[in-house]
Design a protein around this ligand. Sequence first.
Ligand code: SF4
Ligand code: SF4
Length: 510
Amino acid sequence: MTKMRNKENFTFAFPEGIYLENQGSPNASGTWNTGLDWVQSNDPDAWVAIIDDDDEWFENHIEICSKRMHGNDAVLSGIQILVDGKVLEETIASNISCSDFYAGNPGWQGSNTFATVRSLIEAGGFDENLLCTNDRDLAVRWLSMTENRIGYTGEATVKYRLESNRECLTMNSGLGKQTGLLQFFNKHRADMSEIDVSNFIQRAKMFDVDEKWFTISGQNHDYPGFPRAPMNIPKGIVGAFRKMAIDAKKSYWRWRVRPLPTKIMGAQFTRSREFIEIDITYDCNLHCLGCNRSCTQAPTKQQMEVEDVERFVKDSLSKGIEWKKIRVLGGEPTEHPDFEKILYVLGEYKLEYPRTRIELVSNGYGKNVARALLRIPPFIHVENTAKTSSQGVGFYAFNDAPIDNKKYRKSDFSNGCSNIEDCGIGLGPGGYYPCTLAGGIDRIMGKNLGRQELPESDDEMRDLMAEFCKMCGRFQDRKYLPAWYRGQGDPSVQSQAWENAYSQWRENNG
Ligand code: SF4
Ligand code: SF4
């Protein structure tokens, strides 16, 4: 509907105009780049002028700029900056350099961009991954290209409008401005002199950005993440042999978790003291078959509060625990209304332990999630699983409870599985568990057994594994198996124990 209205309004106002839909990221950069690509493919020698919907050109803006085109690749006019409709200042740019853009914006905004499409595209166009400062970023890259020539009109012919009562990225409110400045700093730090750095940080302080965040804006020294294995499906005899090898290992592991071998050899896996995963919400915009947090089978908006994460950080710091990896998940974590605040709370931990790798794991599905992912501060890694549907491709059958499987029924479930070593312990709305899946299972079973305090280092959490692993389909895999092997089964399978558990949950939750 909105798209239709936009198009109708545009066509009414500009009957000769060409209406394009954004083909890039769902932000201003994606829109501008869509326009640049169109112009380049239709007239590669053209000049481009850009105007935002809330800004305004003087009537003679294009005419004045056009007079300076000859011998140049861009022309900069001056800008009037208006706050709530009143002129605050007038910026007339001249002889600008990259350093000027580190100290602020000397007068190149989106709405006074007037340049050859060739030079804008050669500079790389607008960065679709930056939350704000897109114009400054493009200007720096454009000015770094020594062959580019710039002319100045010397007069203000653009009105740049700000509103004090709107949470606008270019005003001093919300976390967006802070994150945008950190992203810009992270991107350009290597090319900045020490004076540039100092100027940039001084300017950022005007937007209430605490200097401390710049000390962790990069990720170069973080502990490593999971190695990512491509989903190569082995074929023919090789594939048959590899499948047989995994089947054989699984047979051994199945025996290994029987009570007697467990008694003799001890538990197969030990819960991590270095890695933790946090399910900040069970709300999700996707409804995958066999979701291992039951977001599809038992939907809820249950979430952790910011204070819960603050308590985790405080406890970790007071106990002197150095987490190598903290992963933020869900549900879809960006569905949490305070996910940005939560990331900055975890940033407070990283200030103390700068090598800690903090990751946000997102399904990357849909425009809203894509927009939210732009708001991630640069000290957080993003693992975008880029799901394209709810089919659960490569999922194991989470709801195939081993307690319902005669091959596993007699296992000692306190063995857990490799998740407790590879992914780490779990924290969610219900408290701490040996893994996040166990927390998700407890949500359905309603036993409320999560530890309410950060577990002591001698707490193996075996009682929780004994209780929850018997329901978890992952128990039968034992270790991380390649996706082509995992994906052989039907992720939507629900064994009897799960049918009962969901039916009870529905009864209890209306
Ligand atoms: S995206 Fe993840 S959390 Fe959401 S339904 Fe799918 S598997 Fe569950
Ligand atoms: S079997 Fe499931 S609940 Fe148990 S440790 Fe593994 S992933 Fe967690």
